[in-house]
Design a protein around this ligand. Structure first.
Ligand SMILES: NC(=O)c1ccc[n+]([C@@H]2O[C@H](COP(=O)([O-])OP(=O)(O)OC[C@H]3O[C@@H](n4cnc5c(N)ncnc54)[C@H](OP(=O)(O)O)[C@@H]3O)[C@@H](O)[C@H]2O)c1
Length: 333
């Protein structure tokens, strides 16, 4: 099967790509710059072998530029949308770097390209009628997404999900908790403070429930979803790791895995938002008030979420938090 992975050079997309290639599929890796994508994605044996045998190919396309997408979706059996704008979660509307532009409109543009290439035009409200055998559409969503959540990331992802559900294609949405692993952005950035500070700062109390998931488990789940269209057709799965913690607890465990001990310094969220309001005017726009909200939010799966996933994928188990963290942080730095 050939799968177009949008976001293939990213943290999530590269893990999914690796698992799809390891399962014997072909991946067309989308990037805005194929030259840059190449070295990033072949950084392991699976990628190198797949590149050599022609199962890993690259397509230069941009989800915000609809004209680049029809060629990218041509001849694939499935599309995974896992693109994220550069600099997330710090939005920069002047540069088109927003959840609305990439998560929502990027998804609409991909659906539009699929309609153009595979769809039979209709006079009805849907984009197109898709004949049997049209590509499936998989989407990497977030655990906090719901119909009534109002934050920009939740609105954009909800609207993307709604467009996917109404597209007429077979679809699967994975609403994932915070994913961690080698080369992640969020946890690595926080842990990086321990290189030069005697404490690790976080915004807010850091006491809301979190069930972080190891990135390899995200990759494995998408690979199972691809392998079993029946069990995943038109379904939304909520994915989290097996252990419930908090932001402060997660950081403590990660530091322990590195053999470090640092207290967590809690910066009150209102103060963080003021800091964001000032820093959004600095060159490089390092922080915004919304980004403070994003990084301090909780997000956990429930027993019902786990049961739903287990019902459809009974063999799928997620990695214990200590084990996942130790696998790449032990002896790090
Ligand atoms: N990381 C998590 O913990 C987590 C948890 C839940 C959900 N998610 C969701 O998973 C998705 C991927 O997140 P991530 O952490 O993997 O992000 P990431 O590491 O920042 O990767 C971003 C990817 O998006 C691509 N991209 C950026 N702008 C693009 C555009 N205009 N057109 C096409 N591709 C574009 C980049 O490719 P190039 O730069 O090569 O073009 C890159 O491959 C996001 O939707 C995110 O919300 C992530």
């Amino acid at each position: 099967m050939t799968i177009l992975v949008s976001g293939a050079t990213g943290f999530i997309g590269s893990a999914v790509t690796r698992h799809l290639l390891a399962a014997g599929h072909a991946v067309r890796a989308m990037s805005r710059s194929t030259a840059a994508a190449l070295p990033k994605s072949i950084g392991d044996d699976v990628g190198r072998r797949a590149l050599a045998d022609g199962r890993l190919t690259f397509v230069q396309a941009d989800v915000t530029r609809p004209e680049t997408l029809p060629a990218a979706v041509q001849g694939v059996e499935a599309v995974l949308q896992a693109a994220q704008f550069t600099g997330a979660p710090v939005e920069d509307p002047k540069r088109g770097l927003t959840y609305a532009a990439v998560d929502r409109d990027g998804t609409l543009n991909l659906l539009g390209a699929l309609a153009l290439v595979y769809g039979a035009p209709t006079t009805g409200p849907s984009l197109a009628r898709f004949p049997a055998g049209s590509p499936r559409f998989l989407y990497m969503s977030g655990i906090t997404v719901s119909a009534d959540a109002t934050e920009p990331w939740n609105r954009a992802k909800w609207q993307a999900e709604e467009a996917i559900r109404g597209s007429g294609l077979d679809w699967t949405v994975v609403r994932s908790c915070w994913a961690y692993g080698p080369r992640d952005a969020a946890l690595s950035r926080i842990l990086g403070y321990s290189d030069y500070l005697p404490f690790v700062p976080i915004f807010g109390k850091g006491d809301g429930p979190l069930t972080p998931v190891f990135v390899e488990d995200v990759g494995r789940l998408f690979s199972l979803i691809i392998a079993d269209a029946e069990e995943s057709r038109d379904k939304t799965f909520r994915l989290g790791g097996p252990d419930e913690t908090t932001l402060a607890g997660f950081i403590k465990l990660a530091l322990e895995a590195m053999g470090r001990h640092r207290p967590v310094l809690r910066i009150p969220k209102p103060l963080g938002r003021v800091q964001g309001a000032l820093m959004q005017h600095l060159p490089g726009r390092p922080l915004t008030p919304d980004a403070v909200d994003f990084v301090s939010q909780a997000g956990a799966v429930t027993e019902a979420d786990r049961d739903h996933l287990a019902k459809h994928f009974p063999g799928f188990e997620t990695t214990p938090l200590r084990e996942g963290l130790a696998s790449y942080l032990r002896g790090a730095r």
